[in-house]
Write a protein that binds this ligand. Structure first.
Ligand code: ADP
Ligand code: MG
Length: 251
């Protein structure tokens, strides 16, 4: 069974893309066959992987709007990727009246499911159709949340969205867990927020290992590398490996 994990949070800048790339890397390191799907028109994932979005003639846009086969590049650092570029922003409008539009990504993935153990979907920072088709295609949703009071406040909206989507379109969608990101345990406010996350979210799904805030992540992305290749001894790697073990145990 292929686990299709959507990294979802309607807020930007919470480390969805960074974790898609790095968790994907650690999954392939453990011999899983990994596909990353870039569902964000801003194409950060595509860029982090060293591809130039402007030069791509085939992206997830053609697959979800034109119902063409999903274009797959790679392997890059042991992972395959279905890239995106700014064309995908038009999909929001073009899919408005499309029949069965919610199924478009699920259908694009169906023919290649047997080729992968894990498919990680990097969602855009919105609640629009691109996030909806991602969550409909997914078996699991993984939620990075910035460990900061204000960021945590948006979680209610997120949970309502997941609950509504389950009811309307994908009743098997499971929450794989919440990941507290950019956590600095030395600040009192972030420690309080982390505790609040544990208390309030644990009854819903696992609160996974927090990812420390460190400049090593933007540095690695700038170098177009997963952290494990740009800074192999960095302590954040151990946290990501623990999360990967949890992903391997997902039902
Ligand atoms: P999203 O996909 O949710 O918008 P990104 O993964 O693009 O978020 O991350 C937003 C910015 O924060 C990027 O510049 C990224 O390099 C940086 N970043 C990600 N994780 C961390 C971290 N743990 N510590 C510090 N900066 C981080
Ligand atoms: Mg992103």
């Amino acid at each position: 069974m292929t686990r299709i994990v959507a990294l979802f949070n309607q807020s930007g800048g919470v480390a969805k893309t960074t974790l898609t790339m790095n968790l994907g890397y650690h999954l392939q390191e453990r011999k899983h066959r990994v596909l990353l799907v870039d569902m964000d028109p801003q194409a950060s994932l595509t860029t982090f992987l060293g591809l130039d979005p402007v030069e791509l003639t085939h992206t997830v846009y053609e697959a979800v709007v034109g119902e063409e086969p999903l274009p797959i590049k790679g392997p890059i650092h042991g992972m395959h990727v279905a890239p995106s570029n700014i064309n995908l922003s038009a999909a929001e409008l073009e899919l408005v009246s499309a029949l069965m539009r919610e199924m478009r990504l699920k259908e694009a993935l169906a023919p290649i499911l047997d080729d992968y153990d894990f498919i990680l979907i990097d969602c855009p920072p919105s609640l629009g159709i691109l996030s909806v088709i991602s969550l409909v295609a997914a078996t699991h949703v993984l939620v990075p949340i910035q460990t900061q009071f204000k960021a945590f406040q948006g979680t209610d909206l997120l949970l309502n969205t997941v609950a509504g989507l389950r009811k309307a379109a994908n009743r098997h969608l499971a929450i794989a867990g919440f990941i507290p990101t950019m956590y600095d345990g030395r600040t009192a406010q972030e420690t309080r927020t982390y505790k609040a996350m544990l208390e309030q979210l644990s009854p819903l799904a696992a609160v996974l290992e927090p990812i420390p805030r460190t400049i090593a992540f933007p540095d690695a992305s700038e170098a177009r590398l997963p952290l494990a290749l740009s800074n192999p001894k960095h302590p954040a790697i151990a946290a990501m490996k623990k999360i990967v073990k949890c992903l391997e145990k997902l039902p």
